[in-house]
Design a protein around this ligand. Sequence first.
Ligand code: ADE
Ligand code: ZN
Length: 339
Amino acid sequence: MAQTAFIERLPKAELHLHIEGTLEPPMMLAFAERNRVPLPYGSVSEIQNAYRFRNLQDFLDIYYLGTRVLVTKQDFRELTWAYLVRAREQNVLHAEIFFDPQAHTDRDVPFATVVNGIHQALVEAKDALGISTRLILCFLRHLSAEAAMATLEEALPFQDRIVAVGLDSSEVGNPPNKFTDVFARARAEGFLCVAHAGEEGPADYVRQALDELLVRRIDHGNRSLDDDALVERLARDGTPLTVCPLSNLKLGVIESLKDHPLLEMMDRGLMVTVNSDDPAYFGGYVNENYQAVADALGLNNEVLYRLARNSFEASFLPEQEKTGLLAKLDAETRLQKAS
Ligand code: ADE
Ligand code: ZN
């Protein structure tokens, strides 16, 4: 199908990707065996059968269970490398990658083990695959603000490797303003800020993320659409939303992809990008997410091009690198139009 080829060849950036969410079942089993970590699953199909989620919390319970097999620097390096190879195969030229250090440090895996393992793969991928990357540290919002602050302090010696801080995990009941002081300190230390908001939580959490955490992007942001004034503000400021269609479907944020608000978001002037979130758990990497919304919403190639363009524009790359990647995008789309 012509559109599948168009999506595959489209140069793109991925801006909402949890590295722990790229742990494919065969790798989970292999790491469990290597590290002698007991799992309640004996096979790939048993793992896949467990991936039926009614909501975000159902998913998170299984996601945190999976993280327990990640123990050594080698595990983090191999996990990250495997993602980057797949991403590059899908013409991802730039990836901004979340990691959840507290999911590991709470099991006594040192912060340095996590960051150094991931970072080694990022450096290798730049050379071997030609993919650029940034790393974003996410605080787990179901844990305390004090724990987040301690994690921020652990991150300071690694600041050259981490561009931004974010906020993820169980949203409802853990509003952004629980972390106002942590994000203020992070900004004072020079980190950029993003936050998951409006995935399951209300539009007011999106407003708090903007007003209290001074975020540069909103991760998900679906529920912003409930509040017209907020939509106008996001549109006026050009605040990017990192939208994750297959994640929204698998976590019950939408009932069907036909109900996905991506087109409505774009029609209302929002700066939308398409991303995979936790691809090993939600049934698709970034191209499958583009394809899923293209099929369900009948997107034409102009809209797909716009989404790819947004992905570079919304990235944390310096202007010069953005310009270079946008030129690659334009050259590729011109080629495809001519063929
Ligand atoms: N952690 C990993 N994926 C997440 C998501 N979609 N929402 C909140 N926390 C997450
Ligand atoms: Zn996410």
